[in-house]
Design a protein around this ligand. Structure first.
Ligand code: FAD
Ligand code: DLZ
Ligand code: SF4
Length: 511
């Protein structure tokens, strides 16, 4: 007699080729999908993030049923719902009496620790399969990292290029002679570009509408709006957005990757991270499509390489760091920052145009692109000395693509320097000048980006110097900060004190 297998499939495991489903027998397996309040509440997720995940789960359950799987789906409003993965697996065991459980490893330490208990808790054999939707296994990443003083993404990325063969010529050398074309990818965007690509606005179907209604009432106190909900919720829809990106935005993706424009939240970005992260899109297959378009002459090398690097480089690398650093990574606070996150992060209600734009679009769309996350909201929080764990929770809450394995290293490590430089050789701290160079925000702001002190001075300017001065003991030995510290040292005492007073007055007003 074949074993009866219970296969829990989590909300970010919506891939038909999921490792736990490979080789599983259609007749004797039961797939369990669970909407549970632990997952909807462990942070206060943006309403649109919850609606997106639950609708995608419900659509995926339908798709699995159509493929012949026995599917047991527990909804949030099931009166017997026990509210946690473990509670629902317990109930499913009572219903189905399986001989064994098979599951794909989760994306967060929190859930991993729960799953590691299941075998003892349920008295059944539990197999936790590696998540092979990623290129590098945990072991491969650890082998690469072993013994290295610094874990630089660039070198890991080259390994991933070699592993996949992406953008390598016949001799195994990088296409065009260079591994990285980032230097070409820092152009400010042209305002008023009528050719700006637009993402597809998917119209909610009956399943999505039901979820939207439920989320609107049940999660009314969560941040964000549902008014702009146009996410793809099926694999087919996600593939359409993928094609839309490849056809219309990818050619300029590299050029304008770091640019920011007022009332243009999406620019030439792909908007694919929510779909990749829950498994509706296959990241490696996507990279092969990008490479193919480069070979067909449809996309320049700086765009193709830049995009592929984000996926097989950054995405894989941050995952490696997350699992390597362990569950305590979240507690790191290298710069001893302790301020509370300003309340305007939940309203967008600030007279700083750059923050109001980045936060406003985040609350509307559960989306901001990388440079907005890093150099606007992240930069401001670090300059202001906000507690990195509060910053981390905010990012985990408000973005539709946020799961701890990818969000935490990006936030705590890359944007807040709270791990002391594991991911980046220096803090991503910048004054208003950077924002002025890469955006049109300053043109619409009540502050003057060129001024450092006084009523109209851009707050980022004094905050930048205050950040350097405040953290001098910790940061002054960093070679990459030698120049800013030399510039600080050149200022006379009066100027230093004026800048620090300006920053303090601003920070007091924040409180
Ligand atoms: P594009 O600009 O079109 O980039 C293409 C793809 O590359 C993305 O879809 C994504 O899959 C991948 N990618 C790009 N940069 C990164 C990166 N640094 N790490 C991992 N993948 C990357 N990304 C998430 O997926 N989830 C998060 O929770 C998340 N939190 C972040 C927090 C901070 C503070 C910062 C600075 C970055 C964060 N990122 C996160 C990375 C990046 O901002 C998003 O992946 C990107 O903005 C998603 O939009 P897009 O799909 O339009 O990306
Ligand atoms: C994020 C999320 C939410 C909001 N709700 C659910 C849910 O009800 N059921 C589910 O299976 N997954 C959900 N998720 C995604 C999980 O939080 C995610 O799978 C784990 O954090 C592991 O990465
Ligand atoms: Fe932001 Fe300063 Fe520019 Fe205003 S002037 S948008 S606060 S960088």
């Amino acid at each position: 007699m074949t074993d009866k297998v219970l296969i829990p499939v989590l909300g970010d495991q919506l891939s038909h080729g999921l490792s736990s489903l490979k080789d599983a027998d259609l007749q004797s397996s039961i797939i369990l999908m669970m909407e549970v309040s632990d997952e909807t509440h462990y942070v206060k997720h943006h309403k649109a993030k919850i609606a997106f995940i639950l609708s995608a789960m419900r659509h995926h359950a339908e798709a699995l049923r159509e493929r012949g799987w026995n599917l047991d789906y527990v909804t949030l409003d099931d009166p017997d719902n026990r509210g946690s993965f473990s509670g629902e697996v317990t109930r499913a065991i009572e219903r189905h009496k399986p001989n064994t459980i098979r599951v794909t490893e989760p994306g967060e330490w929190r859930v991993r620790e729960m799953m590691d208990n299941w075998q003892d808790q349920f008295g059944l054999p539990v197999t936790i399969c590696p998540d092979d939707r990623f290129l590098a296994t945990h072991q491969e990443f650890d082998d690469w990292a072993e013994g290295k003083k610094q874990l630089r993404m660039e070198f890991f990325y080259r390994e991933m290029r070699r592993k996949t063969g992406l953008l390598l010529d016949d001799n195994g050398q990088p296409e065009g002679g260079k591994w990285n074309y980032d230097a070409e990818n820092r152009k400010p965007a042209p305002g008023g570009d009528l050719m700006m690509p637009q993402p597809i606005r998917f119209q909610p179907d009956a399943i999505t509408r039901e979820v939207l209604d439920m989320v609107a009432t049940r999660f009314a106190d969560h941040p964000g709006s549902l008014d702009h909900f146009h996410f793809a919720v099926t694999q087919e829809e996600a593939m359409r957005q993928q094609r839309n990106f490849l056809d219309h935005a990818l050619p300029q993706f590299g050029n304008y990757q770091d640019a920011m424009l007022t009332h243009e939240p999406f620019l030439w970005h792909s908007l694919l991270s929510p779909y990749i992260n829950i498994g509706l899109l296959d990241p490696v297959q996507l990279c092969h499509e990008v490479e193919q378009r480069y070979h067909q002459g449809k996309v320049p090398l700086n765009a193709a390489e830049g995009f592929i690097r984000q996926i097989i480089g950054w995405r894989e690398y941050v995952r490696g760091i997350y699992w390597r650093e362990g569950p305590d990574y979240v507690t790191r606070n290298h710069l001893n920052a302790s301020r509370d996150l300003p309340s305007f992060y939940y309203t967008g209600d600030t007279d700083m145009q750059c923050l109001s734009q980045a936060i406003g679009q985040t609350l509307d769309h559960a989306y901001a692109h990388h440079i907005q996350r890093l150099m606007i909201t992240g930069n401001f929080a670090m300059l202001a000395g906000v507690d990195p764990e509060q910053v981390h929770r905010w990012y985990l809450e408000v973005y539709a693509d946020a799961y701890e394995w990818v969000e935490l290293p990006n936030t705590l490590g890359m944007s807040q320097y709270a791990d002391g430089g594991l991911l980046t050789s220096k803090p991503y701290a910048a004054s208003g000048n950077y924002i002025h160079k890469m955006s049109d925000y300053c043109q619409h702001c009540r502050y003057d980006v060129k001024t450092k002190t006084g009523e109209k001075a851009c707050p980022f300017n004094a905050l930048y110097w205050d950040f350097l001065a405040r953290n001098e003991e910790i940061l002054k030995g960093n070679n990459r900060l030698a120049m800013p510290y030399r510039n600080w040292a050149r200022k006379d005492d009066v100027e230093k004190q004026t800048l620090r007073d300006q920053a303090q007055r601003f920070l007091q007003r924040l409180e």
